[in-house]
Design a protein around this ligand. Structure first.
Ligand SMILES: CCCCCCCCCCCCC/C=C/[C@@H](O)[C@H](CO)NC(=O)CCCCCCCCCCCCCCC
Ligand SMILES: Nc1ncnc2c1ncn2[C@@H]1O[C@H](COP(=O)(O)OP(=O)(O)OP(=O)(O)O)[C@@H](O)[C@H]1O
Ligand SMILES: [Ca+2]
Length: 573
């Protein structure tokens, strides 16, 4: 039992057993009276032994008065005892709470208590509700967008059957919009939606749908504050609304990588209890032209080609990625170009340190507590930054920038298992030209415990910003001549043959599942404060508590734009 003062304590009935029920500020606790001398125990979260239970107040979904005949046991026997008890204790209230099950999944469980008087029953409901009302991070009004065509086209059903009943139980009101076309949600958020009415925005769909919401909210916020987001050095204003994701897509890596599972009920419960998790956002520019924001994977070569091919097979649902994956693997293309990057300062770990990002991650907290020191650099530091840029020219099968692990059911540890959600950096993975067999070995390691970076043809760097320039000769002929001229200093330092066996001139970038129309890009401004989610971990089940709004970075150099957004996430709000 926790040490906090009791707010309320009564002897009530649970099913046919008499229980002592105690509420403190943080815990609702009940234990069977008769047998308690023999055995009793509790833990700080929901726990259960033979005779005692404890639920954290912050994980109570709701409390309701129940119907008098709502006494489970009457159906299952013990009729006589239950009948007597219902006469003695006819007034019942039910507490719905979060129950953890296996593999980070959450479920909503109910426990009903029977009281001798109506007044006592009302008192319990009132006191619990008072405690719930103190939890100010919980959303009350949500704007929900459903993509009916994401993943297996189950978005509407998932929301109606699994999520809406939970929101109703938690007294959350939701305005629902089923999208009618791509970018419907983005454009509605950009111009039409009355955002003052809501505590958060929820998307029911996959990573692409989440990306739409991010773009809609970020653009709206910049427009409202007169910020020109197309400038790479713009100091962006954080969004005040959080984003929640109900997974209903094909990859759902943002949900999986933050919550630990792709389960709509788990996500709905995280949203209800107000869990939150900031996330890095980076901006992608082509010269002075803003292309997109990214929170998960920017992939050129293999993943870009998989995505391009898979778009033609959307009708196949999530299986399109496997088919296109095999086809792309067999094509075995590689691409020539130059990658330049600015490595991170010390203290933010490295992609091979095996430190995984979990609730209360010290790397991400360090980033926050240092008040974005990393971004607030003196002129001298800025100058020395220029010397710290590294440049690699080569032939690559894949160039991947993972701002988070990109864990998903296909690859439960992800493309970069030690990447952090909110450290302001991305892990840049370069897979050089190698044999098919070697590339297969590398891919296979994404599905088992072996280190996918432990190959001579793979290198990985934790970076703050990077640029890519495809081999120039193709660039000139392929890029759109109507685009503004590229920035100086952004041209490749490469020379060499133009194409080789199995080599096409250019691939495309997949940016969180959307194809970018330029191959030459600069990626910058990693910063935080998006998505909210608890990041569960078998060994460390503590609540993530990142609520602070971070200072927006930027002003470091022309190439850095600070992007700091507050969004709900995958499970969050
Ligand atoms: C031998 C088996 C190896 C399996 C290796 C699996 C690695 C999977 C890594 C997945 C990383 C996902 C990163 C997330 C990207 C999202 O922003 C984006 C939008 O949702 N999703 C995809 O681009 C969707 C990307 C989906 C990529 C699927 C790739 C499948 C490769 C299959 C290769 C088979 C070789 C077989 C040889 C006979
Ligand atoms: N009503 C709609 N009709 C057609 N396309 C839509 C509609 N609503 C949204 N979209 C677009 O569908 C695309 C894919 O959606 P989503 O991300 O939800 O599913 P997915 O691609 O199957 O999953 P994942 O991104 O996780 O791989 C998004 O780019 C989004 O812009
Ligand atoms: Ca990161």
């Amino acid at each position: 039992m926790d040490k906090q003062p009791r707010l309320l304590s009564s002897k009530l009935f649970q099913k046919h057993r008499q229980v002592e029920v105690v509420l403190s500020r943080s815990v609702l606790y009940w234990k069977e009276i008769e047998k308690s001398r023999k055995r009793s125990s509790c833990t700080s979260r929901e726990s259960e032994t033979a005779h005692s239970h404890a639920v954290q107040v912050c994980e109570i979904v709701a409390v309701h008065k129940s119907e008098e005949d709502d006494q489970g046991d009457t159906k299952r026997g013990r009729l006589k005892k239950a009948k007597q008890q219902s006469q003695l204790y006819p007034h019942t209230f039910t507490v719905s709470y979060v129950r953890r099950t296996r593999q980070h999944q959450w479920r909503c469980s109910d426990v009903s208590f029977h009281c001798a008087s109506q007044a006592l029953c009302q008192q319990w409901i009132q006191v619990i509700n008072e405690q719930l009302s103190l939890l100010t991070n919980r959303p009350k009004r949500l704007l929900v967008y459903i993509n009916p065509y994401g993943g297996k086209q189950q978005g509407k059903r998932i929301y109606e059957q699994k999520v809406a009943p939970l929101f109703r139980r938690a007294c959350i009101s939701a305005d629902v919009i089923v999208t009618e076309c791509a970018n419907h949600a983005r454009d509605h958020l950009k111009t039409e939606a009355n955002l003052d009415k809501y505590d958060g925005v929820v998307c029911v769909g996959g990573d692409g749908m989440f990306s739409e919401i991010v773009h809609g909210l970020v653009t709206r916020t910049q427009t409202d504050h007169g910020v020109d987001q197309s400038r790479a050095d713009a100091e962006l204003v954080p969004c005040s609304l959080r984003i929640g994701i109900i997974p209903a897509g094909s990859t759902d890596c943002i949900c999986f990588g933050t919550v630990g599972t792709n389960d709509p009920v788990t996500s709905a419960l995280h949203i209800i209890v107000g869990d939150s998790q900031p996330m890095d956002v980076c901006s992608v520019h082509h010269g002075d032209v803003f292309l997109r924001y990214s929170v998960s994977l920017l992939g050129y070569g293999f993943y870009g080609d998989v995505l391009t091919d898979s778009e033609r097979k959307r009708w196949l649902g999530p299986a399109r990625y496997d088919l296109s994956g095999v086809k792309t693997f067999l094509s075995h293309n590689y691409y020539e170009g130059t990658v330049s990057y600015l490595p991170t300062a010390d203290g933010l770990g490295n992609p091979r340190d095996k430190v995984q990002c979990r609730s209360g991650c010290h790397i991400c907290q360090h980033k926050h507590s240092s008040k974005d020191k990393q971004w607030e650099m003196s002129e001298e530091e800025e100058k020395s930054d220029k010397d710290r840029w590294s440049t690699i020219h080569g032939k690559f099968i894949a160039i991947n920038a993972a701002s988070m692990s990109c864990a998903c059911p296909r690859s439960p540890k992800g493309l970069s298992p030690s990447a952090h959600l909110a450290d302001g950096t991305t892990d840049l993975i370069l897979v050089r030209k190698c044999s098919r067999l070697d590339f297969f070995r590398h891919l296979l390691r994404h599905t088992n415990k072996d280190d996918q970076f432990d190959h001579s043809f793979v290198e990985v760097h934790r970076v703050r910003t990077f640029r890519f320039q495809p081999f120039q000769k193709q660039l000139v002929s392929r890029e759109d001549p109507s685009e503004p001229p590229k920035k100086k200093g952004f041209s490749p330092m490469c020379s060499g043959q133009t194409t080789c066996n199995y080599s096409k001139a250019h691939s495309s970038w997949s940016c969180d599942g959307e194809i970018l129309k330029h191959a030459a890009i600069q990626v910058s401004g990693y910063d935080v404060n998006m998505v909210k989610i608890e990041i569960p971990d078998k060994h460390h089940l503590t609540r993530s508590n990142h609520k602070e709004k971070l200072a927006v970075s930027s002003n470091i150099s022309q190439l850095l734009a600070g992007n700091s957004y507050s969004c709900y996430s995958g499970t969050t709000l």
